[in-house]
Design a protein around this ligand. Structure first.
Ligand SMILES: C[S@@+](CC[C@H](N)C(=O)[O-])C[C@H]1O[C@@H](n2cnc3c(N)ncnc32)[C@H](O)[C@@H]1O
Length: 199
């Protein structure tokens, strides 16, 4: 049976509206941490001109493949095995990268590695779009995010909502420029970074 993450149905339209703007010039998207694959088939179906490359740790591949087999979208590609802690290089390069709800699930050292990989993988002027909850100015943006963070920490102390300013520093260290920021429903955000001109 296909896996189901109900949150993807709640957040997908708000995310899609932003992707249609931010990915307007993109042709090839790498998704990091595709999870169930539901975002991939929804966004890939709504933007058929984009080639959407799914990826995740291998434990999620079966579920992603079930969604891909069900929707049969020629532009949404079977998952690459991509664990940011062990994947140092992706063989293709992309003009867009998308990731949702990953930075607070990964350890901070994995987040650092994700930004390094993105810096190496994105083409010049390519765009990285990260969706999820973030702290601003070192503070939670809502009580519910604070409670969510406590729940994450009980599960695994290495998880946690990241500070936007810290992510901006990681982005800059890896050649990315800070872009737009969008408020999303349920105290989430989309944050955009752009690859600079590559030498
Ligand atoms: C909360 S789920 C989000 C899934 C999906 N993007 C969504 O929004 O429904 C977190 C995802 O991050 C992935 N993830 C966690 N650690 C990872 C790592 N080190 N490298 C790549 N993906 C990772 C998980 O496998 C999972 O798919």
């Amino acid at each position: 049976m296909k896996p189901d993450a109900p949150a993807t149905r709640r957040n997908r339209d708000a995310i899609l509206t932003v992707l249609k703007t931010e990915f307007v010039d993109a042709t090839s998207v790498l998704e990091i941490g595709s999870g169930t694959g539901q975002h991939a088939v929804y966004f890939g179906g709504a933007m058929p001109n984009l080639e959407w490359q799914t990826s995740d740790r291998s434990e999620n591949h079966e579920g992603i493949s079930l969604w891909l087999a069900d929707k049969k979208l020629s532009n949404v590609k079977p998952p690459l095995t991509l664990d940011v802690t062990t994947t140092n290089r992706v063989s293709a390069s992309y003009d867009a990268i998308f990731s949702a709800n990953t930075a607070h699930i990964m350890s901070f050292s994995a987040v650092k590695k994700m930004f390094r990989l993105i810096g190496e993988t994105l083409q010049a002027h390519g765009v990285f779009c990260l969706y999820g909850p973030f702290n601003v100015g070192g503070k939670f943006t809502s009580k519910s995010n604070e409670e969510f963070n406590q729940m994450l920490k009980r599960q695994n102390p290495e998880m946690g909502i990241r500070d936007l300013e810290t992510l901006n520093e990681l982005a800059l260290e890896n050649g990315l420029i800070v872009g737009n920021r969008y408020a999303m429903p349920a105290n989430n955000m989309i944050v955009i970074w752009r690859q600079g001109a590559r030498g």
